[in-house]
Design a protein around this ligand. Structure first.
Ligand code: ZN
Length: 506
């Protein structure tokens, strides 16, 4: 099946054909760094991460550029209220955004750029628009003349009938009902940062920033531009107008947008008390991988209803997958292999890929893997699973995790590393770590590593070592390495000596 995306520009699902057959040039609107990012922002960033990962999975070389909006109305208001310089004020949120990205296993885009580092290029683009008759000056500011660009509205399907020619809007964000000439360059104001430039003293409007940064690194026409659905109008509509008016070429071929998120069925808002940053949820004890799973589990064009029940279920789903991987690597099975099993694994992988090919249908991709896990757990329980069947399923699971990125149990280690947890506490989860027979099923089952350090007794660690030795004896070094890595994740270091394997706690 070809890879297909819903393109906001055409309003339909299209086969994805990049400009160059094996390369994808992609731009994503990053965070406006005036506050900590909330889970609605992360819904979009996780969608974009899944998109990026799947393009690479499909063999494309991806050049991904993301901006950080470090100058706009919001960042200026925030810095003024805090009494800090813009650079100083935004630095804190840029750093927090980077840490959040690592917690959520977001791959870092190839190029991350800041608006304030590209002021000269913005001025040049505005000058080009002036030369071509698409921009005009008024009171020291420069505006885009919407009526001169016939394609205006093609992305957001806006009706220009009610627009008053020559009426202007100065704010970065406004409603469709307020469509009119928008600001490219804002005249300097008392107390605002400003640059002395050939088009006067002032600062850029928000929309020109993304036109400039995307074309600078990806060319005048590139493959994918994505963001939250709230950016379709006016931000992306205005980006198209500015870019295409200046170059005379199509700006972007595929526009992909993620729908917004609601919380318990209501719009997320500070006044309703249902507004959460990633950090709010971490403070409540929720794990970043569970948050990633939940936010990625609903296909991006569907509205996502965020609930705490959903978050608990996400953790249970991750635990189920980790337990399945644990069985695959640690449990003893009869020798041999079966062709049916191999084709079952291949069918699961195929269903997973078909789902993602279909406009990144993550819900179906999850279903494909859970159907497989259910079937194979049953086969294992019935003694129908063989030693030689392991690799095909490990491969399917790992292929799946290249996109979803939740199998590695490293939340706790990261939270410690970034200072979210300063003391190791044995949580209530520790009670459930060990199964009734005292088997070390804790490994990979979703509990945090520090809890495991507390919970895994020497006896249990010895059992893991014995399983690893058994794997090595039968030549299954991949499984042996996996056990060593799992123990390492749980804070236990193995040392192989002539006298046997020794262990110590980190
Ligand atoms: Zn943008």
């Amino acid at each position: 099946m070809p890879l297909r995306f819903y393109n906001t520009l055409s309003g339909r699902v299209e086969d994805f054909l990049p400009l160059e057959p094996s390369k994808v040039r992609m731009y994503t609107c990053g965070l406006t760094v005036y506050d900590y990012a909330h889970i609605g922002n992360y819904r979009t960033f996780i969608f974009q991460d899944i998109l990026r990962r799947y393009l690479k999975y499909r063999g494309y070389e991806v050049r991904h550029v993301m901006n950080l909006t470090d100058i706009d109305d919001k960042t200026i208001r925030g810095s003024q209220a805090a009494g800090l310089s813009l650079r100083h004020y935004t630095a804190k949120f840029i750093q927090a955004f980077e840490v959040d990205g690592q917690l959520l296993n977001l791959e870092t885009p190839d190029i991350v750029v800041r608006a304030t580092d590209h002021i000269d290029d913005m001025v040049k683009l505005i000058q080009t628009l002036e030369e071509k008759g698409f921009a005009y000056r008024s009171d020291g500011s420069v505006y885009f003349r919407v009526s001169n660009f016939p394609g205006y509205g093609k992305l957001s399907k806006i009706d220009l009938a009610g627009m008053r020619a020559g009426a202007r809007v100065d704010s970065d964000e406004y409603d469709k009902a307020d469509v009119r000439d928008f600001v490219l360059w804002k005249a300097a104001k008392e107390g605002e940062p400003a640059w002395d430039t050939p088009i006067g003293r002032g600062r850029p409007g928000w929309h020109i920033e993304c036109s400039v940064m995307s074309m600078r690194y990806l060319g005048e026409t590139f493959d994918i531009h994505s963001g939250g659905s709230d950016l379709v109008f006016p931000h992306h509509e205005n980006e198209i107008a500015q870019s295409e008016a200046a170059t005379g070429k199509p700006f972007v071929r595929y526009w992909l947008h993620a729908e917004h998120l609601i919380v318990n069925g209501e719009k997320m808002s500070k006044s309703l008390g249902n507004f959460f940053t990633l950090r709010d949820l971490i403070a409540e004890g929720y794990k970043p991988t569970a948050i990633r799973y939940l936010l990625g589990s609903v296909p991006h064009r569907r509205q996502l209803n965020f609930t705490f029940d959903g978050l608990h279920q996400a953790q249970q789903s991750i635990d189920r997958l980790r337990n399945f991987r644990y069985r695959l690597t640690m449990e003893k099975f009869p020798g041999g292999e079966s062709p049916e099993m191999k084709s079952r694994a291949q069918a699961a992988l195929q269903a997973f890929e078909d789902a993602l090919d279909d406009n990144l249908n993550t819900a179906e991709a999850l279903a494909a893997i859970f159907d497989m896990v259910r079937d194979i757990n049953t086969a294992m329980d019935r003694g129908e699973f063989h030693d030689g069947d392991r690799p095909a399923f490990l491969d399917a699971l790992e292929s799946w995790d290249r996109i979803f990125a939740v199998l590695e149990d490293n939340d706790h280690a990261k939270l410690v590393k970034f200072g979210f947890i300063t003391t190791v506490e044995k949580s209530h989860a520790a009670d459930a770590v060990l199964s009734e027979e005292g088997k070390p099923t804790a490994l990979g089952n979703g509990y945090t590593s520090a809890v495991l350090v507390d919970a895994l007794t020497g006896d249990e660690i010895e059992k893991c070592i014995a399983a690893r030795n058994a794997a090595r004896r039968r030549g299954d070094f991949a499984s042996a390495d996996k056990i060593r890595d799992e123990l390492l994740n749980a804070g236990v270091i193995l040392e192989d000596t002539k006298a046997g394997t020794r262990w110590k706690r980190k």
